[in-house]
Each structure stands twice: as structure tokens, then as C-alpha cells.
Design a protein around this ligand. Structure first.
Ligand SMILES: [Ca+2]
Length: 188
């Protein structure tokens, strides 16, 4: 039995931004003994051995079907955003699309946690300097297709780019395109 958060595994992936904990032998059943330990890490450790280890003892539910796994997601390059309205790019309002500037394909952002502070960062990334930013209701945003790159975005509002905000790791989400985030930049 493994008990961890994605943060606890981040230390296993020094050169990546995203680490996702995968439970219940996602990568296949192990044929070696599964150590009955829970690791409590805060993400800054250089090795899981530096984390506080809790021995769950012989009673633990630690058979070979409960092997922990880690998936490391390559860090995206600088983000680029655009707004899509009626199927074409619009400088002031629409569905927010984001891409890794070095990789190419556009994807969307989930509206979970999406608020005016995050919208402010999007308007700034679009090059606007004097504006009032607001979020569009899900029902006013035409759903996109393809990848959903960001979810649970949380910005302070003074960031220069969305990669400086908190979010789940790139491409990790629990959303549908009906929840694609939208932004309105009212220019002053
Ligand atoms: Ca979410």
C-alpha cells in the first residue's frame, strides 16, 4: 500500500516539473516483495530515503498488486496563449488556448479554479497593458478539442505568464472540454 501525493514524488524527477503518483500497480504487478512503507516527503528531498518512512508492519495490505509507480512528465517550454472566438483567434475574448512555445500544438485549460486573477495573467500574456480581466461562464465558451493541458490553475494575478502560477502538471487533468476556460479582456 503506497500513500503519497504527487508532491511527495516530485523529488524523484529532478529534471521534470511533473510527477504523478500511480497506485495499485499501474505499471504491472511486481514479483519481488513489496516493502510495507509509507513515505512522507515534502518534495525537496534528493532521494525517497531522505523522507520520513513509516513501517506499516505485517498487517499492511502490501501484496504485489500494490506496487507504487512514478510517471515523470517532461517540463514544457515557455507558454504561449491565444483566445479563440467563433473559431478564430480574438485579442479580447474567447476560449483560452495554451501551448508549449517549443512544441507546437494548442490545447485548452480546465475552468476548475479558474478566476479573474488567472484571467489577468492571460490578458497580460496577450500583450494588453490596461484592461479589466474576467472569466467567461462555461456555457459561453465554445468547447475546444484535442489536449487539455492545464487544470486547477491558481494565480496571484501579478505573474507575467501562466507557467509561474500553480497548476496540476502539464497534461494532467480531470476535466472535459465542456469545462474549457474562457477569458474576457476589457480594454481601457
Ligand atoms: Ca480539476
Amino acid at each position: 500500500m503506497a500513500s503519497y501525493t504527487s508532491l511527495s514524488l516530485a523529488s524523484l524527477c529532478d529534471s521534470y516539473t511533473g510527477a504523478v503518483g500511480l497506485q495499485r500497480s499501474y505499471f504491472g504487478k511486481s514479483n519481488v516483495r513489496v516493502a510495507p512503507f509509507t513515505f512522507h516527503c515534502n518534495g525537496v528531498e534528493n532521494s525517497p530515503l531522505e523522507c520520513v518512512r513509516e513501517d506499516l508492519g505485517d498487517e499492511a495490505d502490501c501484496d504485489s498488486y500494490h506496487t507504487a509507480g512514478v510517471k515523470c512528465i517532461p517540463a514544457p517550454g515557455p507558454y504561449e496563449v491565444r483566445l479563440i472566438k467563433d473559431g478564430v483567434p480574438n485579442s479580447e475574448e474567447g476560449r483560452v488556448e495554451v501551448r508549449d512555445r517549443n512544441a507546437g500544438h494548442w490545447g485548452t485549460i480546465c475552468s476548475d479554479g479558474w478566476d479573474a486573477r488567472s484571467a489577468t495573467v492571460v490578458c497580460r500574456m496577450l500583450g494588453h497593458s490596461r484592461f479589466i480581466a474576467s472569466v467567461m461562464d462555461d456555457g459561453d465558451v465554445t468547447p475546444g478539442s484535442g489536449a487539455i493541458y492545464l487544470d486547477d490553475v491558481s494565480c496571484r494575478g501579478d505573474e507575467l505568464s501562466l507557467e509561474q502560477c500553480y497548476s496540476r502538471p502539464w497534461t494532467v487533468h480531470n476535466c472535459r472540454h465542456e469545462q474549457d476556460a474562457g477569458v474576457r479582456c476589457i480594454l481601457l
